[in-house]
Ligand binder design. Sequence first.
Ligand SMILES: *Cc1c(COP(=O)(O)O)cnc(C)c1O
Length: 337
Amino acid sequence: MIIDLRSDTVTRPTAGMKEAMFSAPVGDDVFGEDPTVNALEEKVAKLFGMEAAMFCPSGTMTNQIAIRLHTRIQTEVICHKYSHIYLYEGGGIMSNSLASVKLLEGDLGKITADQVKAAINPDDVHAPETTLVSLENTMNKGGGSIYTLDEIIPIRKICDENGLKLHLDGARLFNALAESGESPAAWGAQFDTISICLSKGLGCPVGSLLLGSKADIKRARKVRKSWGGGMRQAGFLAAAGIYALDNHVLRLTEDHARARALGEMLLKLSFVSEVFPVATNIVIARLEGISPEEFLKILAEKEIKAVKFGPDLVRFVTHLDFGDGELEEFGKRVGKI
Ligand SMILES: *Cc1c(COP(=O)(O)O)cnc(C)c1O
């Protein structure tokens, strides 16, 4: 049995999800006529208390469309230097929006209102105009760390005082909310746009949603079309999302408990010097005296997959297809290293 912990994207649809997919009523979504896509978009918009939502093939697309909405040529986005939008979206801020980025430092991938305030460019001929702040929750590179609303509200205030938009890369927002107990609607109230992924912890094969005002989502649909993201009978995919929202949200805390257990197992290895605090389903281990490549090779021999996540870091992510049996098996195999 291969234990694949490279990402929470490696899951296969469950039997129940497949049944929901294949029995979905569908239509042509470019004409706005797919009832299942429409139902998913309405369901998620309502959940977050936001006016509208748009279904997209990926979280990269929803983030990049949001950035396009909130920037123009020669403007600037403020984000943490470890943000997915900056590190892992192919330089799209530049190529899709012709915008600049200001990268901030901060513990576990998080930034503060004071930092944001200090990073806003002056109204000066030398500087790109700051128009957008983008946050990530949970923070992938921060080891799945969580922002809570008391950290967001002061950032929102700085944005309002300075005419900036606030976007959330919430690829794993449901993981954060499962731990904090905060409501999706309370988060929806703080952001201009939110991107959420169905294909991570929620276990769908495909799909993300961009949430925002009616006016923003109307513009977003045009951007999506021009980037080739207009889909036709996408209700087969949206049905998986509806199923996941109904069945896979409450179970996320199980992934988090297994991630904590996994982190403890890793800490017992002599060459693991540190495990980032395990807040959700991501476990990042720092290595000493062994390279990530060497460690991954040892793991591969034991049919365990993880990924290199920095010069001395390896990442493991728990998910829907990693249950208690797999956790026990992981412990047995890693115990022999
Ligand atoms: C996975 C992920 C995304 C979106 O990725 P896609 O593979 O394009 O769906 C965005 N942000 C974060 C933090 C992610 O982990």
